[in-house]
Design a protein around this ligand. Structure first.
Ligand SMILES: [Zn+2]
Length: 66
């Protein structure tokens, strides 16, 4: 007998994949797509994939309604 597989690894919660620049999952009320301020929407920085938007050029940000 072995209990090597006891417990479940964390970090497998949810299916939404957020980029570091995202403020909330897509579809969240009060949020909307915005051009990534890091790469200006190009999705790339210094020839590499923009880490903020994950190369999409778009980030999800909260909409300030006041
Ligand atoms: Zn970006």
């Amino acid at each position: 007998m072995s209990d090597a597989n006891a417990g479940t690894p964390s970090g497998d919660k949810g299916t939404e994949r957020l980029n570091p620049g995202d403020d909330a999952p897509p579809g969240t009320p009060g949020t909307g797509e915005n051009v990534c301020p890091e790469c200006q929407g190009s999705g790339r920085m210094s020839g590499a994939e923009c880490p903020s938007c994950g190369g999409t050029g778009i980030v999800i940000e909260g909409i300030a309604g006041g």
